[in-house]
Write a protein that binds this ligand. Structure first.
Ligand code: 0O2
Length: 213
């Protein structure tokens, strides 16, 4: 089994995974603080849901081997940047970028990579903003810089990605052409909904300003 293979290659697998868990904890604290601050000081909250996960040893081994790299801890650290993952769901597209800004301008956060699949959706229609953040984790005798993947998307994008993931799983990555076309169409519909909601919110904001005058 791939998980056991990784255990042998890494040596102390729980110590290896622990660092990623701490990185995840640091990012979750940051997101939690932003969320709580917003509920105290503003009447809107850009963050709807937050989910996190640590990649399982089996999928770590599977992904690193699939990419053609070795199972040694150094190789995994260098090539797998999504062992720790946080997914943030927002209501509006502008909130996605607002949350991304609030996280990336923090002093102890370094942005290693940004992939904007909202600006450039994947061919299947997938949309989401992916950031790889590097966070310092302070251990008893050293500081470790841990990469954490943060995926930020709207509820509509998340709804689509959840279904696509299930379909992909069912067809083992080989989705029939007709179904793929329908998925692409659904992604366009989701994108249109997001843009419409954004316009409505902007309009609502402008009306509020006029009414308050
Ligand atoms: P899981 O189950 O989320 O762990 P990399 O190898 O990391 O340099 P990669 O993996 O292609 O490059 O990175 P990318 O494209 O930035 O993001 C990969 C992750 O985004 C995936 O993780 C998914 O969570 C999500 N994702 C990317 N494309 C799609 C898509 O077409 N559909 C859906 N539903 N999700 C997508 P994993 O490792 O594949 O899986």
């Amino acid at each position: 089994e791939r998980g056991a293979e990784l255990g042998t290659a890494v040596g102390d697998l729980s110590a290896f995974m622990m660092t990623y868990k701490f990185g995840l904890d640091e990012v979750l604290t940051k997101v939690g603080i932003l969320r709580e601050e917003f509920t105290f000081t503003h009447d809107v909250n850009p963050i709807e849901h937050v989910k996190s996960r640590l990649k399982s040893p089996a999928s770590i081994a599977e992904k690193v081997l699939r990419k053609g790299y070795g199972l040694q801890p150094e190789s995994i650290r260098r090539h797998l940047l999504d062992i720790a993952g946080v997914r943030i769901t927002c209501s509006f597209i502008s909130d996605v970028y607002r949350v991304a800004d609030m996280l990336t301008r923090q002093q102890d956060v370094k942005v290693i990579r940004t992939r904007d699949y909202i600006r450039d959706p994947k061919p299947n229609g997938y949309q989401s903003l992916h950031l790889i953040l590097e966070i310092p984790v302070f251990l008893s005798d050293r500081v470790e810089l841990v990469p954490v993947e943060v995926q930020i998307r709207t509820a509509a994008m998340d709804f689509w990605a959840g279904l696509e993931h299930k379909i992909n799983y069912k067809y083992h990555g080989d989705i029939p052409a007709g179904l793929m076309e329908e998925l692409q169409e659904a992604a366009t519909v989701a994108g249109n909904l997001d843009r419409k909601m954004e316009r409505l919110r902007t309009e609502l904001g402008q009306r509020d300003v006029v009414e308050r005058r």
